[in-house]
Structure formats: C-alpha cells, structure tokens
Design a protein around this ligand. Structure first.
Ligand code: G3P
Length: 218
C-alpha cells in the first residue's frame, strides 16, 4: 500500500519525505486555505513548492464546479508540473465528464468526495487514475468507511478496473491498518497517523532495556 500525506503544509510534507516512506501528496481547497495561500499566483507557487519536495503524485483540486471551469483549471494545474500533478475533481456530473476528458488526454486524475460504490463505479468507468472514498466522514455519520473501501476494492478486482483506491479522510492510525486489511492501493493520511504506526509500549520499554544494557557495556 502506498502512503500519501494529506496536507498542503510544506513542513509536514518535508518531514514525511524525510522518513523515506512517502509516495505522494493530496491536497484540497480546505487544506490549501489552511496554509494561508490566496490568489492564483500564490496557489500555483504553493503547488510548485510541494512538487519540488515530493517524488510522486501531487493531487491538486479544481475550485470550479462547472465543466468549462474544471477543464480550464485542470489544464493549468497539469501544466504546472505534468509529471507530478494529479487533477483532483469532485464526483459530480461535471466532475465525471472532466475525468473522462483528462483521462482521454492521458492526464492523471483523482475523483474525490466519493461516498458510495456507485460513485466509485462511475469514476472508474470515466478512467480516473485514483478514486478517493472518504472514510472518516462516513464514520462521522454512523456508517462504516472501511466497508466502502472493501466493496470498491472487490468491485474493481472483479471487473478489472485499473483505477487505484485511494482511501481518504483517514483520521487515525487504526484507519491505516484497516485499509491494509481490505486492500486499499493508497492511504492518504495526516502525518501523525503515519507516525502513530511506530508507536508501541513494548517497543519503547524494550528499547529502554537495550539502552541500559548498552550503557553497562561502555
Ligand atoms: O483526503 C480528504 C481529506 O482531506 C478530508 O479529510 O478529515 O476533512 O474528512 P477530513
């Protein structure tokens, strides 16, 4: 399973990259706004800065809801860094049409805000590179986000779709572990959820014991 970090914060991206396990980055308008970037120039420069830091796909989301706006923005985003930018489009009628358009040009796309198997089917049929089901937001309303990941993975395997299942809206370390169990291709996570995978009290107490023994042998 690949690891993307779900943030537009350059320090966090750098930290994730320095761990040596980072495969890509996802952003969205809320995450970009959090970084205080405003206006086209700052936004584009921010994406360029992210692309410089990471050796893998960088999802950049369109702000438009209409088809023509999505196409114009997607083309501009793609041109920023064609080998890394993945155009992120919402799973709406216009979004699906835009995914199809960009897929036919060979551009990478990420179909986002996916909450049902049916939406995931349309994203795959349109040729999306990635589909982003939002686990945490499904859990928030009493559903089972991991169950949706499992169903999409099974559906794509059964019908031979190439679209990668990118589990999004991951809130904690256990979500990552559960994504592994159900076969997600990618998990996009906050950095602290990734670092949380390292935490175990027996690792900590075992290390303390080994450190003591190492001291005695000095
Ligand atoms: O990848 C999508 C993600 O950023 C949304 O997360 O926590 O706002 O549901 P959240």
């Amino acid at each position: 399973m690949k690891f993307f970090v779900d943030t537009a914060n350059l320090e966090q991206i750098e930290k994730a990259q320095s761990l040596g396990i980072l495969d890509g980055v996802t952003t969205n308008p809320s995450l970009m706004a959090k970084e205080g970037v405003k206006g086209k120039e700052q936004i584009f420069n921010h994406y360029l800065a992210i692309c410089k830091l990471v050796d893998g796909p960088v999802s950049a989301e369109v702000f438009s809801n209409d088809y023509d706006g999505m196409i114009e923005e997607g083309e501009t985003l793609h041109a920023l860094c064609p080998e890394k930018i993945t155009i992120k489009l919402p799973c709406t009628e216009n979004g699906i049409k835009a995914v199809k358009y960009f897929a036919s040009k060979g551009y990478a796309t990420n179909c986002t805000l996916v909450f049902t198997l049916g939406q995931a089917l349309l994203a795959a049929k349109a040729g999306a590179t990635f589909v982003s089901p939002f686990i945490g937001r499904i859990d928030d309303i009493g559903g089972d986000g991991i169950d949706l990941i499992r169903s999409i993975v099974n559906m794509y395997r059964t019908y031979g779709f190439k679209t990668q299942v990118l589990a999004a809206s991951i809130r904690h370390t256990n979500h990552i572990v559960r994504c592994l169990e159900v076969g997600a291709d990618v998990a996009t996570c906050p950095l602290n959820a990734i670092v949380g995978l390292l935490k175990h009290p027996l690792t900590e107490s075992g290390l303390a014991t080994f450190n003591k023994a190492a001291e005695q042998m000095k």
